[in-house]
Each structure stands twice: as structure tokens, then as C-alpha cells.
Ligand binder design. Structure first.
Ligand SMILES: Cc1cc2nc3c(=O)[nH]c(=O)nc-3n(C[C@H](O)[C@H](O)[C@H](O)COP(=O)(O)OP(=O)(O)OC[C@H]3O[C@@H](n4cnc5c(N)ncnc54)[C@H](O)[C@@H]3O)c2cc1C
Length: 288
């Protein structure tokens, strides 16, 4: 879409500048996972803030540290910024202890996003594993906002258990918004009505009308993304139309410190969203 900004055009002139943001709302999504709605403490400042689905911010807790967290809200309603966070270590645990009205620091947006411009006219398959749905949710909003620009849109969400499926209250809206949503879990409960098994089973069974014109976008555990890509390629989706979102320990977020380097790529600035034919081979190297 020509109106969509490029990542470099929305990078702040000073990437170290940290805004003070206030927590306006907290929604508990699942055990240890919550969604935070944040707004700039000085409201006029947020007017120039835009992000591309798939980009992330660095959230800063003074005296504790900074962590990379993806935006999980609607990219075209950016007056408040939504992040979905799982408690993992110091920063995220401290964040989980904050309440509505308290403040933290935010700098960004950083990184590449999902390639929305390249998806126009394509059929699309989105595959999310667990918390991987958070960085994909802005893309789903984008698809629903511009539904007529795409062919079929299949969304496959997997989780270990039904409780781990995020954003469940929105699923009927997503279906009404033209997304073909399928859910699967590794372990079911007596109430579970959906599918059981890994997400790749759903890729194997999917009705793909024109695989050569289908793009697949995936985020989740790295091992999942690796097998998703293999299954997609077996179904005829070209490697250059497969996109993965990668995570590595990140500190500066602007390609200076080297903490997030993966081969020649810096995940913070060349990623986190990268084409599978560029990085797929690294996913087969243990502990890289
Ligand atoms: C681009 C990007 C987007 C992300 N988006 C999200 C998101 O939307 N939501 C979300 O919840 N998370 C997201 N993450 C992950 C998040 O940044 C990490 O979980 C982050 O490290 C949490 O910070 P922390 O201080 O709470 O945890 P940390 O202290 O960094 O600990 C995180 C985990 O790593 C382990 N660990 C820490 N240091 C080491 C070490 N030296 N050796 C071995 N293990 C170690 C800890 O024990 C813990 O299990 C994203 C990461 C990236 C790179």
C-alpha cells in the first residue's frame, strides 16, 4: 500500500529518546500473560507515532531494565499502544506488578514489520503459536481494515492448551471480518470443541487454491516456525513468500550492540520479520 510508511521513515530521529507512558488498562489474557494499553503521559506527543504490524518497542522499567515487546494493537488506531506481555524475567515480572495509572518508559518503534505491501492480491496463511499471536494481531486488524485487497486469509492459531489461546473474545469478530480462523491445541480439555494436534497438521489439510500466489507469515516458537515452513513448502508455497518473526536477546534495538546478531542479520534492525529463504538455514543450527 503506497500510504504505508517504510520502517526507516517512522524511526524516531533519536532512537534513544524514551517517552513516559501511562498504563490505561490491563487485561489478563492467560496465566502469566497480560495485555497493557499505554498512552503517552503528554498526549500531544503521540500524534506522530505510527507503527507497521510486526514492529516492536523497547519497554523500560527504571532501575530494572529494558525489554523488546511487540505491538499487539490495531496499527491504524495508534492513539493508544497495546502490548501483550508474558512474564519471563526481571522486566516483565516488574511490569506485571504495576497497576493502572502507573508509568514506564517506551522507545520505538523498531525493526521490520510484516510485508503488508507485498501481500496485496495474494492469498495469505497466518500461523501463530502461543504468544506468537501477539505480533500477528496488528496484521489481522490490517487485513480486516482492508479486506478487499487480499484473496483468502487463513489464520491458524495453536496453543498447548485451550487456556493458552489468546484474544478469544475477538474470534467471532475476526471470522465476521473475513478471516478463516482455525484453532488447535496440543492437549484438550473436556469442553474443547476444536482441533487437537500441531499447527502443521492444519497446513497439510488446508485447501490452497493457488499456492504459488500464497504468502505465509508465522510467529511462535522457533521449532514450530521451522516445521511450518517445511510443511508450507511441501504444499507449494515458495520459500520467498514465507516470513518468520525471530527473537533474540536484544539491547540497543538499533543494530549497534550486536547482541541479537544471527549470521549477517541483526534481528533488531534487519528483523524481527525476515524472509525464510534468507534465514531459514540458521534455524537448523542448534543454539545459534
Ligand atoms: C523483537 C522481539 C519482540 C518480542 N515481543 C514480545 C512480546 O510481544 N511479548 C513478550 O512477552 N515478549 C516478547 N519478546 C520477548 C521478550 O523481549 C523477552 O522475554 C525479554 O527478555 C523479557 O525481559 P525480562 O527482563 O522480563 O526477562 P529476561 O531477564 O531477559 O529473561 C527472559 C528469559 O531468558 C532467561 N535468560 C535471561 N538471561 C539469560 C542468559 N544470560 N542465559 C540464559 N537464559 C537467560 C530468563 O531466565 C528468562 O527465562 C520479544 C522479543 C523480541 C526480540
Amino acid at each position: 500500500m503506497s500510504h504505508w510508511p517504510s520502517p526507516s521513515s517512522i524511526l524516531r530521529a533519536n532512537p534513544w529518546h524514551t517517552e513516559t507512558v501511562r498504563i490505561d488498562d490491563i487485561v489478563q489474557e492467560a496465566e502469566g500473560i497480560a495485555t497493557y494499553r499505554l498512552s503517552v503521559a503528554a498526549p500531544a506527543k503521540d500524534l506522530d507515532y505510527r507503527f507497521i504490524p510486526g514492529q516492536f518497542n523497547m519497554l523500560y522499567l527504571p532501575g530494572v531494565g529494558e525489554s523488546a515487546i511487540s505491538m499487539s494493537g490495531d496499527p491504524e488506531k495508534s492513539s493508544s499502544w497495546i502490548h501483550t506481555v508474558r512474564v519471563a524475567g526481571n522486566v516483565t515480572r516488574t511490569l506485571a506488578g504495576l497497576t493502572v495509572g502507573e508509568t514506564l518508559g517506551l522507545r520505538g518503534p523498531f525493526g521490520t514489520g510484516w510485508p503488508v505491501d507485498e501481500l496485496t492480491g495474494q492469498d495469505v496463511v497466518v500461523v501463530a503459536g502461543g504468544l506468537g499471536l501477539a505480533p500477528l494481531r496488528p496484521l489481522l486488524y490490517y487485513f480486516m481494515n482492508h479486506r478487499d485487497q487480499f484473496g483468502s486469509i487463513h489464520v491458524i492459531c495453536g496453543a498447548r492448551t485451550p487456556d493458552g489461546l489468546l484474544f478469544q473474545s475477538e474470534y467471532s469478530d475476526w471470522r465476521q471480518g473475513g478471516l478463516d480462523l482455525q484453532l488447535t491445541v496440543d492437549r484438550s480439555t473436556p469442553e474443547w470443541q476444536g482441533q487437537i494436534g500441531v499447527v502443521t497438521l492444519l497446513i497439510d489439510r488446508m485447501n490452497l487454491a493457488r499456492p504459488e500466489s500464497t504468502s505465509l507469515l508465522t510467529c511462535g516458537p522457533e521449532v514450530m516456525m521451522k516445521y511450518v515452513a517445511i510443511s508450507a513448502m511441501k504444499r507449494g508455497i515458495p520459500a520467498e513468500k514465507i516470513w518468520v518473526s525471530l527473537e533474540r536477546n536484544m539491547q540497543c534495538a538499533v543494530g549497534l550492540c550486536g547482541h541479537c546478531q544471527l549470521g549477517p542479520e541483526f534481528i533488531c534492525k534487519d528483523g524481527p520479520v525476515l524472509r525464510y529463504d534468507r534465514v531459514g538455514h540458521f534455524l537448523f543450527v542448534e543454539r545459534l
